[in-house]
Design a protein around this ligand. Sequence first.
Ligand code: 7HD
Length: 288
Amino acid sequence: VDQPLAPKQFHLGMFEIGRPLGKGKFGRVYLARERSSNFICALKVLYKSELQHGTGVEKQVRREIEIQSNLRHPNILKLYGHFHDSKRIFLILEFAGKGELYKHLRKENRFPEWKAAQYIAQMTSALRYLHRKHVIHRDIKPENILMGIHGEIKISDFGWSVHAPNNRRATLCGTLDYLPPEMIKSGSKDNWYNEKVDLWSLGVLTYEFLVGEAPFEDTPIMTQKRIARADMTVPEWVSKEAKDLIKRLLVLDPDKRIPLEEVQNHPWIIKHCVKGERATNREKLPSR
Ligand SMILES: Cc1cc(Cn2cc(-c3c(Cl)cnc4nc(-c5cn(C)nc5C)[nH]c34)cn2)no1
């Protein structure tokens, strides 16, 4: 594979900036083209003024760069390089041709089982890769997943990921829906740095793909209470195989959650993800 964006030293003049693709808490993302190679990428611009020194956010950006630069997997958004000027930090990211997955989910309300199963199989493959490198993502949710031009999904935003184990004090913000019980309950934070937190979030993601809303969605107080008790019901119209996988992931005891290898071989995944042959849109194939 040719090494796009090979040089080690990048600077802003090397890029032609295109339309804004999105904005986050600390900056914006633009479509960009590297002039000499015409390579299309996404340029994430973060303002140093907004990353107060010594706060968790600056460390988060440093960690995002350190972790994501060393990852290479089809379902993980590539970080090709970074550079900064006096006021801004620039991350050179892979351009995901079909944008943010949560927008597709909101538009379709929920995904058909064959599509949800393919996405969960791709997430499982990416998480197995991350966990083999002792990286825990810790912020798996639709908002942190992008979609490539061929409809494949790509985990992005490694701001919350850590190399396990790590004595990082985390201040959580954003939705509580995806937090596992061990991160909700006070007490020992060791479990925060156990990769099994990603299994819980994978279960929440599976539920949200199929149902169109998160399993513990409620007021913030009630959400925390329901997560701590794994208090959720799967609608009866969800297939029994999918329900079985969700129930095996949303288990309070991290050690009792189904491991990723077993997720990959779960009947619901096998049923919808034919190995080898390009998995195509089941709606067009004759029923088997
Ligand atoms: C700051 C900040 C904003 C965001 C959220 N965000 C991510 C993107 C983005 C990235 Cl990083 C890479 N490729 C993208 N492709 C799109 C896109 C494609 N289409 C057809 N429509 C869109 C939108 N967005 C991409 C943009 N915003 N994270 O940190």
